[in-house]
Write a protein that binds this ligand. Structure first.
Ligand SMILES: *[C@@H]1O[C@H](CO)[C@@H](O)[C@H](O)[C@H]1NC(C)=O
Ligand SMILES: *[C@@H]1O[C@H](CO)[C@@H](O)[C@H](O)[C@H]1NC(C)=O
Ligand SMILES: *[C@@H]1O[C@H](CO)[C@@H](O)[C@H](O)[C@H]1NC(C)=O
Ligand SMILES: *[C@@H]1O[C@H](CO)[C@@H](O)[C@H](O)[C@H]1NC(C)=O
Ligand SMILES: *[C@@H]1O[C@H](CO)[C@@H](O)[C@H](O)[C@H]1NC(C)=O
Length: 625
């Protein structure tokens, strides 16, 4: 910013009188050089603090979105104030938050973090402990059996500081090589470990709530900081598991049948709204979409991103998301076994790893690493292209699928059809907000659809029919959805960055484009998901991206707030700030080094869990002993 201004001044001066030209020029160059060095000499940590201390909104807005943005800034400042700038601070925060000693190897881990200028806030790693804590109630020997290569199809092992890949079944998406490469980069610092991986899109484990609750309570009660005199600082290694006779291996009993909702709700707390609500009859029941403000929202807008995504809090999601209608594949169990994967529903017991798609530099969803244009060069609109995935949609069930609803709700013609009653009921996936909600001007005179047509370009590229049309030439089409959707050509990710608003919704599980959108696009990401990922505690909704409810009922309010000139006027400058903050932040906390650090910490913790000496294994600060 400073250097940009200096450049402009220098160019301006060059046009002036020759006598003054050189004097002014030299003075300016000096000033700018000094300013530049002062700027650069600040530590990266201070720079981050400064970026986030700058208020996005000069005075709090009356609109709920303005208030949510102000709140998010405050939350981010609070989080950043808890940043650790040295090893002893990192250790102290660990003790404080985890109630244990850090695992052996914590110092090398922290050194790597420092070397890569990583922002270390202990809260960023909460997910690891939420995922692993129930496993402390399983004996180490049994955990080793349950994670051993004998028991699983896809396993990454570390032995003698090398990562070994074991894949006995097809891995069509090429996920194992990406994960293997990451673990191998870190293997020189890692203890022996076996990591069974889930290569499917769908998440897998759903242990009933009562069992998990008991295990969490037991773990919390037994958690302690090992006394210094008893601490062991070396992992035992895994010779025993490698010597194990093959007939003693653990046999996972996978269930291959749904309905997934009925398995899921058993993992919901007994007093949660979804617990006693059974799955719908997918072939006969109509969609059940609430048309008032979503539960736990702030005047209609997401205020608690955790609650907004929890299906236990939103029973209607059983009829509004492909995961609960018909996932492409189900392979699940109610027993607690270690299984690592890229995403999961809040109630799944899978252990999260950074998704393979985020680790691939060439993948479709990496967007080639291209950067989006300047904000002012972007089109004032919404772009989305994708396939009609999200599960196996059929003639009787497609109205329940989230992607179909999303595309229809952002299709101005379809919305206008709904406003005027011309969209046939059996071809409708959504309902519009009730009158008076979201204080939109347009719906008052049936012009929401017309307005929407001017700002959105949202379409499927394939309809993913089941069964597929007999003629291979028609594979992108689908007789039962053709009347409601027109296919448009795919647009590569980097070309989508030319629009200011990039919505991102679930596919069969999480969406692989989220990281590149944040990291590279410089546009505002509008995000709806049911799925948890490794990065959740390091991204702040309303500061780094705009969260949406899974019904998408809030999307009109959101688009109106940012784009519509009516009412309070468009808030383009706020949108630009979110886009900028999102990109700056993603380039600090979603880098490959950050994913490596997360994975490294996770593996140290899991290896400790599997070690017979786990209760006394820990890292000791030299100053302590
Ligand atoms: C670590 O950082 C904290 C707070 O920033 C500081 O008080 C402490 O002196 C530092 N410790 C060392 C060993 O540098
Ligand atoms: C669900 O049913 C159980 C058993 O009948 C009952 O104890 C519980 O309170 C119910 N939960 C809700 C949210 O209604
Ligand atoms: C969101 O709700 C959960 C569950 O009630 C709560 O634990 C958490 O602190 C809330 N998060 C925020 C950011 O308010
Ligand atoms: C609906 O109302 C808005 C705002 O008052 C106005 O700009 C627009 O032209 C109206 N549309 C129609 C179709 O009457
Ligand atoms: C939008 O909706 C109309 C009406 O249902 C439909 O004919 C059209 O194909 C849809 N457009 C897209 C891009 O799906």
């Amino acid at each position: 910013m400073a250097s940009e201004m200096c450049g402009r001044f220098i160019r301006l001066c060059l046009g002036g009188h020759r006598i003054f030209k050189y004097i002014i020029l030299i003075a300016l160059i000096l000033t700018c050089t000094i300013a530049y060095f002062i700027n650069e000499s600040n530590t990266s940590a201070e720079r981050v603090d400064r970026i986030h201390a700058a208020p996005l909104v000069s005075q709090p807005h009356e609109h709920p979105i303005g208030k949510l943005i102000v709140h998010a800034q405050a939350e981010q400042r609070r989080l950043l104030s808890r940043q650790s700038h040295n090893l002893s601070m990192a250790m102290m925060r660990y003790h404080e938050r985890r109630g244990r000693r850090p695992p052996p190897g914590f110092d090398a881990w922290y050194k790597y973090a420092q070397k890569h200028d990583a922002i270390v806030v202990e809260e960023f790693f909460d997910r690891i402990y939420d995922d692993l804590n129930p496993f402390w109630t399983i004996e180490p020997r049994e955990l080793r059996r349950r994670s051993s290569p004998w028991a699983h199809e896809h396993v990454i092992s570390v032995r003698n500081r090398k990562a070994i890949l074991k894949t006995t079944h097809a891995d069509p998406m090429g996920r194992m090589p990406e994960w293997h490469r990451l673990v191998d980069e870190l293997a020189q610092w890692l203890p022996d470990v076996d990591l069974p991986m889930n290569i499917m899109d769908e998440s897998r484990l759903l242990v009933p709530w009562e069992e998990i609750n008991d295990r969490m309570q037991q773990e919390a009660a037994e958690r302690s900081v090992a006394h210094l005199s008893t601490v062991r600082t070396e992992f035992t290694g895994l010779p025993s598991i490698d010597a194990e006779p093959e007939d003693d291996h653990f046999d996972v009993r996978w269930e291959l049948m749904g309905p997934y909702w009925d398995l899921l709700r058993q993992s919901c707390p007994p007093d949660s709204p979804s617990r006693n609500i059974s799955s719908i009859d997918i072939y006969h029941d109509a969609i059940d979409m609430p048309i008032t403000y979503p539960r736990h929202s702030f005047l209609g807008y997401v205020q608690n991103w955790t609650l907004a995504r929890d299906p236990c809090q939103h029973p209607h999601l059983r009829s509004l998301h492909g995961t609960f209608i018909e996932p492409v594949s189900i392979k699940t169990t109610q027993s607690l076994i270690p299984l690592f994967g890229g995403s999961k529903l809040p109630r799944n017991n899978d252990i999260l790893f950074p998704p393979a798609m985020y680790l691939s530099a060439e993948g479709v969803y990496a967007g080639r690493g291209d950067q989006g244009p300047e904000w002012t060069q972007k089109k004032d609109g919404v772009i989305w292209r994708g396939v009609a995935s999200g599960g196996r949609n059929k003639a009787e069930t497609w109205m329940h699928f989230h992607r179909h609803r999303f595309v229809q709700m952002l299709n101005g013609t379809a919305v206008h059809g709904s406003e005027t009653g011309s969209l046939p009921a059996d071809g409708t996936t959504f309902k519009l907000p009730t009158q008076g909600h979201y204080s939109l001007v347009a719906p008052r005179n049936e012009s929401l659809g017309i307005w929407l047509s001017a700002v959105t370009d949202v379409a499927f590229t394939r309809l993913e029919c089941f069964p597929l049309p007999p003629n291979p030439a028609d594979e992108a089409l689908c007789p039962y959805t053709n009347p409601y959707f027109v296919l448009r050509a795919p647009i590569p990710m980097h070309a989508q960055y030319g629009f200011k608003y990039l919505p991102d919704v679930d596919g069969n599980s999480y969406s692989g484009r989220f990281r590149a959108f944040l990291h590279d696009s410089g546009s505002v990401v509008l995000k709806a998901t049911l799925y948890c990922e490794w990065h959740d505690s390091r991204l702040m909704p309303w500061l780094h991206f705009v969260p949406l409810d899974n019904t998408f009922i809030d999307v009109y309010g959101v688009l109106h707030f940012f784009l519509a000139a009516e009412d309070n006027g468009a808030h383009d400058e706020l949108a630009e700030s979110i886009a900028r903050e999102g990109r700056v932040w993603a380039n600090k906390v979603l880098r490959r080094a950050d994913m490596a650090l997360y994975t490294w910490r996770l593996i140290l913790e899991f290896a400790r869990l599997c070690d017979d000496s786990r209760d006394v294994l820990g890292w000791i600060d030299n100053l302590e002993s």
